[in-house]
Design a protein. Structure first.
Length: 119
């Protein structure tokens, strides 16, 4: 398997930055892995926080016998009304790091292939 293909597969299918680490480009690999990890951590934290808020409100309504499907739907819609600013930014960071890692690994692999052919 070509180096460029192997690097792209590692960065694209396993985790961003692994292709770079395989090729010895540690700073780039660490940057892609940390960027993706930070985005995933922030996104997960915010979504779990949002879910806990909805559950807390749903439980209080359940205790008062005021929870039905319509009320639950309203709670969920209300939780989303505050915007998705940080979540959207996190998702853009994750996707951006993932795509950049794939492209970077491809070009680093091509460079390694060209160097090996010239020797």
């Amino acid at each position: 398997m070509k180096a460029s293909t192997r690097g792209m597969l590692l960065s694209g299918l396993v985790y961003p930055g692994l292709g770079q680490l395989l090729f010895g480009h540690k700073p780039a690999g660490i940057m892609f892995a940390l960027g993706t990890s930070a985005g995933l951590i922030v996104l997960t934290y915010r979504l779990v926080l949002r879910a806990y808020r909805v559950m807390d409100q749903a439980i209080s309504r359940l205790v008062d016998n005021a929870l039905d499907m319509k009320a639950l739907k309203e709670l969920i819609e209300h939780s989303s009304a505050g915007g998705w600013g940080i979540e959207t930014i996190s998702l853009i960071v994750i996707v951006g790091c993932w795509l950049a890692a794939i492209v970077h690994a491809y070009f680093v692999g091509k460079k390694i292939e060209a160097q090996s052919r010239s020797h």
